[in-house]
Write a protein that binds this ligand. Structure first.
Ligand SMILES: [Zn+2]
Length: 617
């Protein structure tokens, strides 16, 4: 199967690379070239340069590069043909294809096939296979939630039986995919004793689709009272599932969003399905994650008008506030729909019907009135101090709007409503701009996306054991080990800033020199503290004098793996870093009980990393 060369030329001519890449990630113009944070490695400074003249991109840090087809292919993890199809569609070029059988020699296409097969299995299981009291129980639940036959069909809903190995047995009988591929797809989990079992058990299954309608993951809704796990279990991230880049329901709703030039953003699968079935079809859900910048960019391909709808409880308001910053910083027009307390779209439409929901939609609020209503609700708008706090909070949000003129309009609106001098508000806005964008300005002239990051440890003097080990592996590991690190390491796993700087420099060195040699490398380091960390690790006897506080077990650990296999060591350290990152994330989430499910999920992830590690040794 191939596409005629002229057709490829036509597609390429109709898709400007700057426009296409901008539809996935933020791109900034600098001089003649365009820059972006590279989506193919953990990029801190924009390393991806895009040339409009040559219509190519290149990353100076990880070496990723290519043309408009390559970018779409790599970013969306799809084949060349699919990338061409998607770009043709984008440019309104007619391209007809026969169905082709998937290429199973490629891991990515295998993962897609596995998910597709599993989705069919779950659906078939629900509709035709389960029987007796189980069937009665499950259908009773579906009926309560208004999940009718039509909805089940439309959204591909299924059921994972309440056993440990139903799905595994099904795939074993099919004999097409290997167990390890099913694990990579997140459908099977290996526990202790290397026993392998189904991740989803006794749950109603919602397939999660990519923008172009392929199953990339699942969300499993708890239905049994005695199920000890969270309300939802979601697939882990896989090579085809990056949850921050997926919006649930977009494949169903994208044409409705485009034609209405409006989108309603909800939280969960059920909110989306209920609205969709009630006839409001321009809707997406950010389920499984709090709203991300990538998701907002995804939306902006279809519309610039977004109404967010979150639960009126504290967790919902917190989520909404986080969302506001991200949406405003993408220059989108934003309103907030607030429902009465204790109601979500699902419960509300069921109780009062779509008309009642529409009333609230019509009464949706601008950011100014949304924030003011929160203050009013808490009775915190009467004293001068209260008012000042309120105005400051609003101005803080306004500072996230990148467009200066747009900012000016909102400031004007604020001054009109509250009878304040515009000049005073502008002074406050300048302060907010400085506060919120100081770091990005120092780092480069390019505006960095504000991603929610785990707080780095305040005490930079403390370097953890796995972090020290990591540096050692970089210095002593062979090329296969370095390749592994380049691939697996994400800088958000590292807490200590100094170590982070060293690792980033290592990665640069690998890219430009192909190897890391301490002596030449040290010439490029100016900071004495960094030098001492490096030389300290290389020369074990000196580690006490590094000027850094080392924990006793870091010194002991240095000895146990001296001559051992560095690849195994590297894997071990990466797992440890991942576990620590997850634990930090749990700590952050603990402040809010609404995060309970997510905490449980993370704990499980961390446990499976731990047990996985045990099995390897
Ligand atoms: Zn890169």
């Amino acid at each position: 199967m191939r596409i005629p060369f002229e057709k490829i030329e036509e597609i390429s001519a109709a898709n400007d690379i700057i426009e296409v890449i901008s539809s996935y990630i933020p791109v900034k113009k600098r001089g003649k070239s365009f820059l972006a944070l590279c989506p193919f490695h953990a990029d801190k400074n924009p390393s991806l340069t895009i040339s409009q003249e040559k219509q190519v991109y290149h990353c100076f840090a990880c070496g990723a590069g290519g043309n408009v087809f390559t970018f779409v292919q790599e970013y969306e993890k799809i084949t060349f043909i699919e990338a061409a199809q998607s770009l043709a569609l984008r440019a309104g070029i007619d391209l007809k294809f026969r169905d082709i059988s998937p290429d199973l020699s490629n891991e990515i296409s295998r993962l897609y096939e596995i998910n597709k097969t599993a989705a069919k299995y779950f659906n078939e299981n629900l509709v035709n296979n389960i029987s007796g009291s189980e069937r009665e129980y499950v259908f009773n639940y579906l009926k309560q939630r208004n999940l009718t036959e039509g909805v089940i069909k439309r959204f591909g809903i299924g059921y994972a039986s309440n056993t440990w190995d139903n799905l595994r047995k099904f795939f074993e009988e099919e004999k097409i995919f290997k167990i390890e591929d099913l694990e990579k797809a997140g459908l099977l989990v290996t526990g202790e004793n290397k026993s392998c079992y189904d991740r989803f058990r006794g749950r109603v299954m919602f397939p999660v689709f990519s923008e172009n309608g392929k199953v990339v993951a699942f969300g499993g809704r708890k239905i049994f009272e005695d199920d000890p796990l969270g309300k939802y279990i979601n697939s882990p991230e896989t090579k085809i599932y990056n949850k921050s880049r997926i919006l649930y329901g977009l494949n169903f709703s994208k044409e409705f969003i485009r034609s209405s030039d409006y989108v309603i953003l909800v939280e969960g699968y059920m909110d989306l399905i209920t609205l969709f079935e009630a006839g409001i079809k321009n809707v997406v859900a950010s389920s499984g994650t709090s709203l991300t910048e990538e998701q907002v960019i995804l939306i902006s391909r279809y519309t610039n008008n977004i109404a967010i709808l979150y639960d009126a409880d504290l967790a919902g308001i917190k989520a909404a506030k986080r969302g506001i910053e991200i949406i405003l910083s993408q220059n989108m027009d934003l309103t907030v729909i607030t429902l009465p307390e204790n109601e979500d779209p699902d419960s509300m439409i069921k109780k009062f019907g779509i008309k009642e929901f529409n009333k609230y939609f019509e009464k949706r609020k601008s950011i100014i009135s949304f924030i003011s209503s929160l203050y009013e609700k808490e009775n915190k708008i009467s004293s001068v101090t209260d008012k000042t706090n309120f105005i400051k909070e609003i101005i803080n949000y306004i500072s996230f709007i990148p467009d200066k003129i747009k900012r000016a309009f909102v400031i004007k609106e604020l001054s009109d409503i509250y009878k304040l001098y515009e000049s005073d508000l502008r002074t406050e806005l300048d302060a907010a701009l400085k506060r919120n964008f100081k770091e990005a300005r120092i780092a480069s002239s390019v505006q960095l996306p504000k991603k929610p990051v785990i707080k780095k440890r305040d005490n930079d003097k403390y370097i953890s054991k796995p972090e020290l080990d990591l540096i050692e592996i970089f210095l002593k590991g062979g090329s296969d080990v370095l390749l592994y690190l380049e691939h697996e390491l994400n800088t958000n796993m590292i807490e200590n800033r100094k170590v982070e700087i060293i690792v980033l420099k290592f990665l640069d060195e690998l890219h430009f020199e192909g190897k890391i040699e301490l002596s030449t490398f040290l010439n490029k380091i100016e900071d004495d503290e960094l030098k001492s960390i490096l030389t300290g690790i290389n020369n074990e006897k000196d580690e006490i004098n590094m000027g850094m506080k080392l924990t006793p077990d870091s010194i002991i650990s240095r000895n146990y793996k001296k001559k051992t296999d560095y690849m195994r060591y590297a894997k071990d350290v990466i797992d440890k870093l991942k576990i620590r990152r997850i634990e930090n994330e749990i700590e952050e989430l603990k402040s809010d009980t609404a995060n309970f499910d997510e905490i449980i999920r993370l704990k499980k992830e961390s446990n499976s990393l731990r047990t996985g590690k045990k099995n390897n040794h």
